[in-house]
Ligand binder design. Sequence first.
Ligand SMILES: C[S@@+](CC[C@H](N)C(=O)[O-])C[C@H]1O[C@@H](n2cnc3c(N)ncnc32)[C@H](O)[C@@H]1O
Length: 266
Amino acid sequence: MPQDSITDTSKPNAGRIYDFVLGGSHNFEVDRQAAEKLIDAFPFLPKTMRLQRWCLQDLAVELTEKRGFDVLIDFASGLPTNDHLHLAAPAGTTIIYSDWDPIVVEYGREIVKGMPNVHYFHADARHPEELLNRPEVNEILKGRRDVALITWGLAAFIGDEDISHIADFLHGWADKKSVWAFNAQAAKDNPHDPRDARILEYYKQIGAPMNIRSVDQYLKLVKPWHPDPSFISFNDWHGFDPSYMTEAEIIGAGPGGGGYGAYLRK
Ligand SMILES: C[S@@+](CC[C@H](N)C(=O)[O-])C[C@H]1O[C@@H](n2cnc3c(N)ncnc32)[C@H](O)[C@@H]1O
């Protein structure tokens, strides 16, 4: 688990770099310099990161207004800046954010401070029982388990056995009506495509090694949950404007650069 402090500006922090790339203000010079180097090397990254957040906002609307959930529990949330769930979901929705990075949690709490029904906790998403068994979370949920669960931008950073454990635990914990919104950072064809090597090497260097899998691998790992209706590429996401990414950016992002999402049911 990262043990950095929010005040440590001696080295860049992945959460603050992500915040800068998304246009946020919770970052330091050291993060901005690292982010600029990253964008120089991978110019498509700001767009793919924004696309991931845009899909997250869209699913906040789908889960609340269309599927009727009024409690959203989000694992590995990152910074809840102005494009996260609580700004897209209707007022009054209970939102439980969480992350394992203490810097992200501290900034996250600062951002949501004073917002009714919006909470931020420290928890390792590989063990969802950590968050869901917290007394403060039990106090908020008051025994309710008919909730929407979300893991977005996480799967590539954790192992196969972690995803299987999350799936098993949540399946046992959640109500039969619950939905798990799952982002599969998946390759369309070949999860070992050499065109992904550079970006994989970069994430390894910053201490966040990534696994690129196929959608079929994900379908097996999330069992007994199943997608309703199916995994959808971000480039085919509801309301997506196809002119957002140029051909060159799609090619640059490589086969592992895109993402897929699904609403999983029990
Ligand atoms: C790419 S960001 C995704 C943020 C947000 N969910 C989104 O889609 O925009 C990844 C986040 O996952 C967090 N993370 C990675 N592994 C984690 C773990 N095992 N438990 C909790 N958070 C984790 C990181 O600290 C980081 O904030």
